[in-house]
Design a protein around this ligand. Sequence first.
Ligand code: SF4
Length: 303
Amino acid sequence: MKIIRANDMGMCFGVRDALKMVDDVADPTKVTIHGELVHNPRVIYQLGVAGFSQSSEEKRDNTPETPQVLITAHGISDRERVRLESSGKELIDTTCPLVRRAHDAAMQLAAEGRHVLLIGKPGHVEVQGIVEDLQSHDVVPSKEAVREYTSKMLGIVCQTTMPSSLLDEIRERISLLNGDADIRFIDTVCHPTKRRQQAILDLIQNVDAVVVVGGKNSNNTRRLAALCEQHGVPALHVECAGELNPNWFDGHEVIGLTAGTSTLDSTITAVETRLASMVVGKTDSNEVSQTPDLSLNSHMPFV
Ligand code: SF4
């Protein structure tokens, strides 16, 4: 068995920068993280150990008790920002600049008098943050959800982690059903996502199966796995090395490795180490489950 890494994978600069800012927090007990910092259960666990309070994404409407509130890389709406600041909270803002760019694009389209169509996953925190500031919008997750809109001035933006192929399909459907509308599109898929998607498309040309590493609730990680499956290449989505089952690789000679944008470097290394040991047949499940992929030597040692 041979392992090939994707040319581009793992943590993006937006998540890395957010984690660095978290690492710089002097007193975690004074800070509530507003939603999940990243969609990665291991990171969430570490944050709790370090002393941070965390609001679940469903309970972000509540006002945290701590004096400081940390905004995640997914961003929040201006309306939510005002709500938190007017309740006396000091904000530590780790919003990714490319998410901010998507907010600005949506606001620009709205300022032109357009009904904004945000192509993305309904309820996702990034999507919520963008649409909360818009008067007139629809969130469009699939081409089946596209309809003929009353407004003849339409503006399209997308969630930053949207696969380009799905985006193209949905845009085509919007144009088809709204042939008489003036439609303006601003591409807000972020560059790290585009590079990772291209890297996985390149990778699947040369492998029999792919191991995708990342949180099971990570949208971009799930999309990487789905992309492999769509192209007929089986994908195994794992959160950690301990989930690798050697039997899964029976009959596969060349295994690809990729990871979502919220996956810790240490987790990728642990999975790769386990895969490599399978190649030479030196591992068993006990050995693997002890593979260290968490470190806690400072309060936030992610990067
Ligand atoms: S996935 Fe893209 S938009 Fe999201 S944090 Fe990373 S770089 Fe920023």
